[in-house]
Design a binder for this molecule. Sequence first.
Ligand SMILES: [Zn+2]
Length: 877
Amino acid sequence: MRSALYSLLIPLLAAPALAGAPFSFDAAPGRLPKDVVPLDYDIALVPDIAEHSVRGTEAITLEVRSATTHLIFNSLHQTLDHVRFDGRPVADTVSDDDAQLTKLTLTRPAAPGVHRLTFSYHGKIESQPFGLYTQTFKRPDGTTDSLLSTKFEATDARRMFPCWDEPAFRATFRVTVTMASSATISNMPIAKRTVNGALSTTRFQRTPKMPTYLVELTAGDFKLISAHVGKTAVGIWAVRGQENDGTTALANAQQILADYNDYFDYPFPLPKLDSIATPGGFSGAMENWGAITYNDQLLLVTPSSTIRDRQVAYAVQAHEMAHQWNGDLVTMGWWDDLWLNESFASWRAAEETDLRHPDWQWWEIEDASKEGAMAADARQASHAIQQHVTNELEARSAFDPQITYAKGEAVLRMLEAYVGPDTFRAGIRRYMKAHAFSNATTADLWLALDAASGRTVSEVAEDWTGQAGYPLVTATTECDSAGNRSVTLRQNRFLLEGDDTGHSHWRVPMRIRAGTDAGTQTLLLAEDGQRVDAGRCDQPLSLTPDAIGFYRVAYDDATLDTDRLAFSHLPSGDRIALLDDQWALVQADRQKLDRYLGLAAAMGTDLNDRAWSQIIDALGQIETYERGESGHDAFTAYARSILMPVAGVLGWNARPNDPPPLLHLRRQVIRQLGEWGDADTVAEARRRFDAYLANPASLDPDDQAVVLSVVATNADQQGFDELRGLIRSAHNETELDRYLRALMRVRDPVLARQALDVALSPEIPPQADSIRLQLIFAVSDQNPALAWATFRDHVDQIMAAHPQYRPLLLAQYIPEYLWNALPADDLEAWLKTRVPPEMASNLARGMQAARFKLRKKTELTAAADAFLASRTRVASR
Ligand SMILES: [Zn+2]
């Protein structure tokens, strides 16, 4: 699953390390008894969208493993009728919506063997994106339509049909639906479709054995474009009239499917693989087997799309398609091991995207999400990749974008580099074959990797998945009389605040590069004080070559000076790792700001996109802290001076054959200079904006966001009204989204108030409701107090599109973003009355982050002012 919250911070309770054992159905956690197991479901549904209700019948073939008079399974908001066990009425049927369970009592014990349970039921169609839900949307021509779709992970299949809704209970499914709709889509191809007046009845083929959370059903006015990869029919569905916007996605899907068939050495086992672009609904994507659902903004590529839109479409498709193996073919036995789904899909997607688009420098883009994970994991209250989920209703909170997705991805990349890509792939192939159409645990994966490599990879790997945090490796160098270098390595947990009371320890799979173009040597850091020879003392040294590795390195001053002097000659990944680590050390009070700024200045006119975005983020944080302080103007002038040389090299206009990272770098540098008040940049943006108003073709989609946001930041009322006019004339949701986000950049408080009115207005179509919260946060960058007041007064409207995540968003996300909107104590008091008691630790974590930023504001403002004062003294000497 790819959630819109992917980039946000949603950690969980700290959890004990989990003892690993291979998968066993009987030992798999869960609330449902294991003495009755469903083998096959035959489900017939008659949805009534207008009434928000559904009638259904189910015939379930069961295996009774030991004699019992009770059947217990999941249900929610359903009433069951005509319940028959082997054709005979049951003694009692009790459904409990609080427990989300139905308990049947039989008239006499069922003997071990195969039995048949049948019933009819009626339930509800949700208007929020979970279970079986309906979504209203506005078409580009202004007309309104609605669709029916499903989103079940983690525990919402039970909202559509009563079932054994835990991942270890795999079964086959036959789905039939009767309704008025031009297209109905499910996991499998259609077996039979009959039309009866306005209604049609569609019966789908039987699925392979799979868990309930992967069942899918979508219906509406959809149209298909399709192709074949071997025997597999590959299709893209979109709302009629938009199907050709799926052309890029169709080509992507064909390429990715062929590559994965080879990588996993296990051909995609279903006859077809559809991707369905739904307008609105949930804002991410979901890997239902054979029928992946996407928010259409993630999948469709139109003339309004940017390069980044195309990149995200590819990466999200590669993620969801990786799940067709990691998650669908082999499913985690229980939600504890969700990382087997999400870390793997994230890592595989990044590898595939990098493989097929080497000019995108995709791993460098992914470095930003690795840094997000490392920031979250540097807090005392972080949690392990494997985390305990006692009850499936807590499973949703296991989808922590930073730890379960991004840390897991980076750890897998580190392990792959450690054992070698061929050995790693051999282990994964072994794992797939051993557990196909079944479930697995982390221990099963380690067993497969150990067998493939002939080493105990498992011992190293468990240090990284079983405990929170990561190490800071301290490197102390010594030179002998001939200039040869040896390095002594020590580790302790890297924390932004406080000491590591747990005395954590990792076996760290490291690589070492001495020199600028040298290869790497590998080293497993297992003992404190371990020594290693590393080239000559006059050569630069990298202990995280290519920025692979989920650890940080603190070099001694002499080594750092050598690296800084050679900075422009280092491989880009080594340079990125140095910038990342030195900035993190500054934040943790383990390095002086001057040291980091020395590296930033050493970039000169280097053109690495990720290195510059790291620097822009860091300088931007200090600029935010300096707002309202006496040193603000001096600091922004300094920040501009760091970017000016590279801006001079890049200019405004792209050159033929500029690769995507260079195009992105040019735009981010221009945007930042405009936001930091560079007069020439602001004037040029305004000139290009005027030309755009006169002739929209004068500015390609990739340049629009930059020009519009620079204009908005510096806008007066007239500029605001012109931007506002664009929103009214947007041709599609992609454009609307771009214009709205730009408008929220206004600095003038009077205009910010007007922007906030737009963020709440019905001009935003129903399928884009979830953007409102992001717009409030965009305003909070320049006008935190105004954004807060609007959020506080309209919290229910703004959060309506996030029903499932509301408690987590309030507890953690609001303090993280609105830390400077009001005094921390006041914010905490307001949130405490609105956050459920079980989220207390999340709120504590959110407030810890807010107070950390407040403390950093004081410290980094002082450090930046002192740095600039010392430069002035040197200059005037
Ligand atoms: Zn996923």
